[in-house]
Design a binder for this molecule. Structure first.
Ligand code: DGJ
Length: 756
């Protein structure tokens, strides 16, 4: 990736703003009245070229004319920052109750400024502006440029600064807004979104990721309906029900072709993304903090910063969009110290021993891990004071003296002496009532006084809107990490919020709690990850209940789902890969029958589905490990040999149908191509099928790693590769690369090709 020397933001004398890199342009203008009118987001248009189309002002039987201006209706005008109450009846970007009690505002252009690079957001996660990130380097590079544009409402004396960052090497526009109270009285924010995008009239579909525990990231696709379609969270986490991501597609777009507009929020709390189509077929995509149950009191001279919203455009279908997201997440969001760094294979204690962990159990697992070639031992839940099951002890982050008489640190030291890395599980944000922490600080949990609190897994959420709670958690975590013995932290979070209230805030600020919680959480993870930059953090929330770009800013990878059955995982990885690169995904080979759905699958199938992730390992007890020792050793060997490619290779979805799935990964240097093929239910005598690979060098030849066949890159992409099939008679020899799938359900084949 190289920094461009060209400017990225162009402003004409008549205030047309053109943000362009080689592939995309984002264009808007200031109207004579001062309204920001959106013109284009899509393929690149040179700033010196005339625009063939833009907002129109022609007679239409609309009755609303903004400020009485003939034929100028905001309801019919694409805008950058739409407001309520002055002739636009659609979803506004901002809804404020002014000090005189009304909610009518008109924000007009005041000034603008273009800065090199990208100012970080205060207290919130945001994408970096240059590729060097925390590795240091020239902050004045042209990797990105940011337009800061200020609008003002003269009557209420509110100002809004909109931030737009465009990147030279990523087809992404990063947006956020700062609302400033320049008046002398308090105002109430009821809705303060991060981005609003008006798309040109056309036929659109949308795709989003819905789910639940153990079945996260299912893709749902539909026509954009008239009215408003909303995905959101009210749970205090971004949630597994809807990931804070949505893409609008030109009708019929598929993996390889069609226009795709993706929006994702760098936010981990209550969010809403809506798509609204009005009577003129205008389509508005709005994204930000969920306005439901949100209110923020903005005092004179205070400002409110919205989370960052990221917008991607690709004309090359869903895969084109995913490639943009993958490059951007790796280069601009994930912690830079782990960018391109292979992750260690691991053995995790959870499905091996659940709460029955102890010094001896851990050392036994460590010996086994070592003998299998595994590189890290992870001690999951159950190691801290009194934690024998899930009813107690969250909050008491001290080693259990019964299970670890000399402390977990001593166990870690001995594990490391064996030449393994050591990882430790925490669930910092939670507390059980059965804990010393709760007895000492009964008001430290999120609660509403005089109400019986709902529980989730017997636990409650600590009130991270309070600095003393954040400080306590920081001190406890820091005391373990400062030992220098912990290489990896799994940061879990296993319930969502109910009865939301804080003893630390007055009555009139109770609706601020969910966002203040997020600010507290971000400050905690920012502090602890900055103090311990060499510790690899994994984000987990019962799997994917808070798997979002906000958390990925601090934690390089995530436990994408508790679903470890490979068949259950196929749709999860397929969906998650719309947005997230493999570098961010963790997986392990779990036990059979699978603990989530009872399915029985081979070690081979489990290995080959788990293959497409960066952090790969095992969670099996000694008996299971012994029973499949050779196969597991091979799996670990495979994982170690491909570890580099999983963090910087290029992943593509090739096929996803009811009964079969095919994925592909090309190593960064283009020398290795991994093709994973998964066949779910067995059937004899199926038609022969092929999969067309993508992104290969058409002039190169590729040789099978195990076999002699050589194929041209052009042939693999245009003719395709034969897919393995079930040979009902099983009479052919197995020298052919396709081999035959074993008879039976749940079979797979990993094909590795090497460029010659
Ligand atoms: C939920 C996680 O998703 C699991 O992997 C495991 O860490 C448990 N919590 C431990 O309680």
């Amino acid at each position: 990736m190289s920094a461009s020397n060209k400017s990225l933001v162009f402003v004409s004398e008549d205030l047309v703003f053109n943000l362009s890199n080689e592939n995309v342009s984002y264009i808007f203008r200031v109207s004579p009245e001062g309204i920001l009118e959106h013109i284009h987001f899509g393929g690149a248009i040179a700033p010196t070229h005339g625009l063939a189309a833009g907002p129109r002002r022609e007679f239409r039987c609309t009755v609303l004319e903004f400020q009485g201006i003939k034929n100028y209706s905001l309801d019919d005008t694409p805008q950058e920052y739409p407001l309520f109450g002055t002739s636009d009846t659609r979803q506004p970007a901002l809804h404020v109750v002014n000090s005189d009690g009304n909610s009518t505002n008109t924000f007009l252009y005041k000034s603008h400024e273009v800065v090199l690079d990208k100012p970080l957001l205060n207290g919130l996660p945001s994408a970096r502006g240059n590729t060097l990130g925390n590795k240091g380097g020239d902050q004045k590079s042209n990797d990105s440029e940011t337009l800061l544009l200020t609008l003002v409402d003269q009557t209420s004396e509110l100002e809004v600064t909109l931030r737009y960052t465009i990147y030279a090497d990523h087809d992404v526009i990063a947006r956020s807004a700062t609302i400033r109270n320049c008046g002398s009285k308090e105002v109430l924010l009821h809705n303060a979104l991060s981005s609003s995008l008006d798309l040109p009239q056309s036929e659109y579909e949308l795709v989003h990721l819905r789910g639940s525990w153990s079945r996260e990231f299912e893709q749902e696709r539909m026509d954009v309906p008239h009215g408003r379609f909303v995905i959101d969270s009210t749970r205090g986490t971004s949630s597994n029900a809807h990931n804070p991501f949505l893409a609008v597609l030109s009708r019929g777009a598929d993996e390889r072709k069609g226009d795709v507009y993706g929006t994702a929020l760098m936010y981990s709390g209550n969010f809403a993304i809506s798509v609204e189509k009005n009577e003129f077929e205008s389509v508005r995509v709005s994204a930000g903090i969920n306005p439901f149950n949100f209110q923020w009191r903005l005092q004179p001279e205070e400002e409110f910063v919205t989370p960052e919203s990221l917008q991607v455009f690709s004309s090359e279908g869903l895969s084109g969009m995913s490639h943009v997201w993958h490059g951007f997440v790796n280069g601009m969001i994930s912690p830079p110290q782990f960018d391109g760094v292979p992750r260690p294979t691991y053995l995790n204690s959870w499905e091996a021993a659940y709460f029955d962990v102890s010094h001896d159990v851990v050392l036994g697992l460590a010996d086994k891990a070592k003998s299998l070639g595994v590189e890290m031992l992870v001690l999951d839940d159950g190691w801290f004071a009194g934690r024998d099951d899930d009813t107690s002890s969250l909050g008491d982050w001290f080693s259990d003296p019964k299970k670890f008489p000399n402390g977990v640190e001593e166990t870690a030291r001995l594990v490391k002496q064996k030449g393994l890395k050591f990882g430790l599980w925490f669930e910092p944000e939670m507390v059980n009532k059965e804990s010393q922490l709760y007895r000492d600080h009964p008001d430290w949990l999120i609660h509403v006084p005089n109400r019986t609190l709902s529980t989730g897994r017997y636990q409650h959420t600590l009130d991270l809107s309070r600095t003393e709670v954040v400080d306590y958690l920081y001190a406890r975590l820091d005391s373990f990490l400062s030992s220098g013995l912990i290489d990896y932290v799994k940061w879990d979070m296993n319930r969502v919020m109910t009865e939301v209230g804080s003893a630390g805030l007055p009555a009139e600020r109770q609706l601020e709690v969910p966002h203040r919680y997020m600010l507290g959480l971000y400050s905690l993870v920012e502090r602890i990850t900055t103090k311990h930059p060499s510790v690899l953090f994994e984000n987990c929330a019962s799997g994917g209940n808070r798997f979002d770009l906000g958390m990925l800013r601090y934690m390089s990878q995530g436990w994408v789902s508790d679903m470890c059955d490979p068949i259950g995982r196929l749709s999860i990885i397929n969906g998650a890969s719309l947005l997230f690169p493999l570098s961010t995904l963790a997986s392990y080979i779990g036990p059979v029958p699978n603990h989530q759905n009872g399915r029985q699958t081979s070690v081979k199938m489990r290995t080959e589905v788990g293959f497409f992730a960066s952090a790969r390992g095992l969670s099996l007890n000694e008996e299971d490990l012994n029973a499949s020792e050779d196969e597991i050793k091979d799996a670990i060997k495979l994982y170690k040999a491909s570890a580099q490619d999983m963090v910087d290779g290029d992943f593509s979805r090739i096929k996803y149908q009811d009964n079969e799935v095919c994925w592909q990964l090309i190593s960064k240097d283009g020398r290795r191509v991994y093709v994973g093929y998964y066949h779910i239910l067995s059937a004899p005598n199926l038609p022969y099928r092929r999969a067309k690979l993508v992104g290969l060098d058409s002039s190169a030849q590729y040789k099978l790693e195990h076999g002699n066949q050589v194929f041209g890159g052009d042939a693999l992409m245009t003719l395709g590769i034969d897919l393995p099939y079930v040979d009902a008679m099983q009479h052919q020899d197995d020298t052919d690369y396709t081999n035959h799938l074993e008879k039976g359900d749940f079979t797979s084949r990993l094909i590795v090709l090497e460029r010659t």
